[in-house]
Design a protein around this ligand. Structure first.
Ligand code: NCD
Length: 305
């Protein structure tokens, strides 16, 4: 069995293996011939934070592979955590019911804490502003599929980089491949945490930071927009001040390379003008669809199948 807590420390070989499996899953879904490799397995999806894509694509992935699903989609209210139960105790109990546990939680480190006491594989489906490794994997899958490569790219991350967990899972994956460069474009208030920047420097990442979006667009092979994470702000006034500072408008696309792609983990609030959706470079809905295939592959990986 394999936990899937973080993309840091994954080998290129493991990543490629999972992505190739995801390709097989996509093909099987397309053909309508999916092998029921998870028959008789039970997958628990326990979400302490809202989710549409992540939870429902994990559940769909499990069902497509023949597993059954038990879930708490509002575990902060509906599980015993509301009464004060620790994640460790909840995990010990779920291990008696399920074969794998998918957790989303607002506190960084929660999936890791669960994994320490778990006898079943734990998948981190987002731990606050920490990581979101299955999103990182589906983002890499999308880049490879759309651009036919994963090296020698300039990837512009734009918006709320302070709280983005999807960035923190995608960057280590892209660093497995040669010559990838990052431009981190955000309002001053939403810059990447300084400790994270030091870590990137220590790990040899090639990147620049800037406080405007427009001048980065022309340089992008991948323009990765993010939502301002309202739920992470202690004061809603602080959120209101920054929420609309980075908006991609249709007229900005004239500066974007013809073969570049626009990505977004979704949900999109104001960051991307819906008029952009019809542009072939808008890859975000295809990206969300890829999540299903990648999560099928991740469930198989977690269960060692
Ligand atoms: C992201 C998340 O939850 O981190 N969404 C997702 O999983 N598709 C991004 C977000 O909520 O803004």
């Amino acid at each position: 069995m394999n936990n899937f807590i973080s993309t840091k420390g994954l080998s290129k070989e493991t990543v490629e293996l999972i992505l190739s499996r995801a390709g097989d899953m996509e093909e099987e879904c397309f053909q309508g011939k999916i092998k029921p490799l998870l028959k008789d397995k039970i997958i628990a999806c326990i979400f302490f934070e809202p989710s549409t894509r992540t939870r429902l694509s994990f559940e769909t992935a499990a069902l497509k592979l023949g597993a059954s699903v038990i879930s708490a989609e509002n575990a902060a209210e509906n599980s015993s955590s509301h009464k004060g139960e620790t994640i460790e105790d909840t995990t010990r109990i779920l291990c008696g019911y399920a074969d794998a546990i998918v957790y989303r939680h607002p506190t960084p480190g929660t999936a890791l804490a669960a994994a320490k006491v778990s006898t079943k594989p734990i998948i981190n489906a987002g731990d606050g502003p920490g990581e979101h490794p299955s999103q990182g994997m589906l983002d890499l899958y999308t880049i490879k599929k759309e651009l036919k490569k994963s090296d020698d790219l300039t990837v512009v991350f734009a918006g709320d980089l302070l709280y983005s967990r999807t960035l923190k899972s995608l960057v280590p994956l892209l660093m497995l491949y040669p010559n990838n460069k990052f431009i981190f474009a955000s309002p001053k208030e939403l810059e990447l945490p300084r400790e994270y920047i030091s870590e990137l420097k220590k790990n040899g990442a090639v990147f620049t930071e800037q406080n405007d979006l427009k001048s980065a667009i022309a340089k992008a092979d991948v323009l990765y927009m993010t939502r301002v994470q309202k739920e992470r702000f202690a004061d809603v006034e602080d959120y209101n001040k920054v929420k609309d500072l980075f908006i991609l408008q249709k007229e900005d696309l004239k500066n974007l390379n013809q073969d570049a792609i626009i990505m977004h983990p979704l949900p999109r609030i104001n960051e991307i003008d819906p008029a952009i959706d019809a542009d072939p470079r808008a890859a975000y809905f295809r990206e969300a669809q890829n999540g299903l295939y990648v999560r099928m592959a991740l469930l198989l990986y977690a269960l060692g199948l």
